[in-house]
Design a protein around this ligand. Structure first.
Ligand code: SAH
Ligand code: SF4
Length: 345
């Protein structure tokens, strides 16, 4: 697909064409990675972050968030829950921290989880040095999610502070380093950002292809009143359109990169209760039920009105699984669900 074709497929195709696109992407998924959806238990380990991304509710300068960090036992309990529930994998996500204490804590947690259960482990803990990425890989993590947020440097710079801590080049380099360490590498973007056009999104899709990524997680941008980007809320497209655009991104990416893993993300569910299931029907094959303990969940609000805040792990996961069962979509219980693209490399 050319850039122009991608742009026109992203710009309002009308409901009929969108349905055709989703069905085509689903067929491609079925033929390549198969119909199964893989579940990964998501643990939000800490909302302490050294960064100040202009869109994110847990940015350093948001003083209205109570900061927390889970105890190792709490993470282990979530891992046990994931394992007992038949989830093959765990995702550990959190704010970006580079202090030695935190790095060591992750390293020993990884070793302990691997010692106790045969779970696959994905990390999403921001930019780290090559040495830290290697340390975590050796301790047992084998997938890493680091979104590029926008592959267009000018747009990236509009949504981040202009300082060395938020450099586009450093982010790119981190993705290259992750690959070098042996991880299955996932990236992604936010969709419906202020200043973002269909051409930017087409370039994002081409960026994923060029970077030869193994996994992708993308979702609608959701404004948060405690962030600087909130000022531009009047420029945003309606939320429902952001969801539709996200579904088209998922479907087009499935056509472009048939054998990668694509996540149906929580931000989609924040717009419509069945947002993630719709992403599955448009070509996504990974879903991450939130296993974070309910008492800290509300503090991990990267965007407002995040779904599932009042729920605990058991409720979030059983509802997710019931919805998939109702849709007759097979769940890849007990399997890591690695990226086929990666194993073929
Ligand atoms: N600190 C790590 C991981 C946690 S943030 C990191 O930044 O990589 C995980 C993702 O949440 C980010 O990559 C971003 O794409 C998304 N996010 C943050 N704020 C958001 C918002 N307001 N709306 C939608 N997604 C958001
Ligand atoms: Fe921190 Fe990630 Fe939020 Fe940026 S997006 S402020 S790095 S948690």
């Amino acid at each position: 697909m050319t850039r122009e074709e991608l742009i026109s497929a992203l710009e309002d195709p009308g409901p009929e064409n969108a349905a055709v696109l989703y069905a085509k992407a689903y067929e491609v998924k079925k033929k390549t990675v198969g119909e199964s959806v893989y579940l990964r238990g998501l643990v939000e380990i800490s909302n302490i972050c050294r960064k100040n991304c202009l869109y994110c509710g847990i940015r350093r300068d948001n003083g209205n968030t109570r900061r927390y960090e889970l105890e190792p036992e709490e993470v282990l309990r979530a891992a046990e829950f994931a394992y007992n529930g038949g989830y093959g994998s765990l995702v550990i996500q959190g704010g970006e921290r580079t202090d030695r204490r935190f790095i060591d804590k992750i390293t020993s947690l990884l070793a302990e989880i691997k010692r106790r259960w045969p779970l696959g482990i994905t990390l999403s803990l921001g930019e780290q040095s090559k040495e830290v990425y290697r340390e975590w890989f050796e301790a047992g993590a084998h997938r890493y999610l680091l979104r590029i947020e926008s592959s267009t440097k000018e747009l990236y710079e509009k949504i981040h502070p202009a300082d060395a801590l938020h450099s586009y080049e450093t982010r790119l380099e981190a993705l290259v380093n992750l690959r070098g360490c042996g991880y299955q590498v996932g990236t992604g973007v936010m969709i419906g950002l202020p200043f973002q056009t269909a051409a930017h999104l087409a370039d994002d899709l081409l960026f994923f292809k060029r970077m030869d990524i193994d996994m992708c997680g993308m979702g609608p941008y959701l404004e948060h009143s405690g962030t600087p980007l909130y000022e531009y809320r009047d420029r945003l497209m309606p939320k429902y359109d952001r969801l539709e655009l996200s579904l088209r991104m998922v479907a087009l990416l499935r056509l472009l990169m048939p054998d990668i893993n694509i996540a149906a993300t929580t931000a989609m569910q924040a717009i419509a209760p069945d947002g993630r299931e719709r992403a599955i029907m448009a070509g996504a094959n990974v879903l991450m039920p939130n296993l974070t303990l309910s008492d800290v969940r509300e503090e991990y609000q990267i965007y407002q009105n995040k779904p599932g805040v009042g729920e605990d792990a058991a409720i979030s996961s059983s509802m997710t699984e019931k919805r998939l069962r109702d849709m007759k979509i097979p769940i890849g219980y007990g399997r890591w669900g690695d990226s086929l693209h990666f194993s073929k490399r």
